[in-house]
Design a protein around this ligand. Structure first.
Ligand SMILES: Nc1ncnc2c1ncn2[C@@H]1O[C@H](COP(=O)(O)OP(=O)(O)OP(=O)(O)O)[C@@H](O)[C@H]1O
Ligand SMILES: [Mg+2]
Length: 212
């Protein structure tokens, strides 16, 4: 499956979700290829750290911010891997648009705060554009950085419901130290020590729901 973890909004946790899903899939024995389509290359650097730390299982990775080249790279490599994950920068870019055209699923991390929820209109428009060329594209929004599961999350869900293109994925990821510290080693919270049981449960749930 080819995933894009994307949003036109910055800092919503795209890179955190990408690295955690990539490592979680690799831990299940899947072959995983991670393409960072962001010039800032955060997940590329995270994967470099993973390689330097010699963390098993290994994950192959590249950085390609140019949309055309990114699409060509994904199309040439996808057959060699069980899963391809594309992390893209937090703005409308050629990489994001190209990624949506080659992906099966767009995962949209967002924070349950009003500005983040309103920003959904921009990505909704890009989904519409991409579906003209790639009708199979699914789009699912997932809360990241929830302080606690509560009213904010419910309000966010109501807003997402206004976008028929976007399905709400009921697997909120909390704001936890483990997510911020593990990424520096290119690790998922499943691998990072000290283990954070709640973070592990959240990533496991996300993975299960994505493949349900
Ligand atoms: N669930 C979380 N718990 C704790 N910290 C988090 C969580 N998600 C993200 N962060 C932190 O918030 C910051 C932004 O996250 P991240 O880099 O994943 O966002 P992004 O959407 O990829 O940003 P950009 O648009 O710049 O690519 C990082 O410092 C990251 O460590
Ligand atoms: Mg990022």
């Amino acid at each position: 499956m080819i995933f894009t973890i994307g949003h036109t909004k910055g800092g919503v946790g795209k890179t955190v979700v990408t690295v955690n899903l990539a490592a979680a899939l690799a831990l299940q024995g899947k072959s995983v290829y991670l393409v960072d389509g962001d010039r800032q290359a955060s997940s590329f650097y995270a994967m470099q750290a993973r390689r330097q730390e010699e963390i098993d299982p290994t994950i192959d990775y590249d950085n390609e911010p140019d949309g055309k080249k990114l699409a060509a790279l994904v199309e040439s490599k996808a057959k060699n891997y069980d899963h391809v994950l594309i992390d893209v920068g937090g703005r409308d870019s050629s990489a994001l648009r190209a990624a949506l055209v080659v992906s099966d699923l767009l995962l949209i991390p967002f924070a349950p705060r009003s500005l983040d929820v309103w920003a959904m209109a921009d990505i909704d428009e890009l989904i519409n554009e991409a579906r003209k060329i790639n009708p199979k594209l699914k789009a699912k929004a997932v809360i990241n950085g929830a302080d606690a599961v509560g009213n904010d999350n419910k309000a966010a869900l109501d807003v997402v419901a206004q976008y028929p293109n976007i399905e709400y994925l009921d697997a909120p990821i909390g704001r936890r130290k483990s997510f911020a510290s593990s990424i520096g080693y290119g690790q998922s919270v499943l691998e990072h020590k000290p283990k954070d049981r709640k973070a592990i449960a959240e990533v496991t749930r996300l993975l299960n729901i994505v493949f349900a």
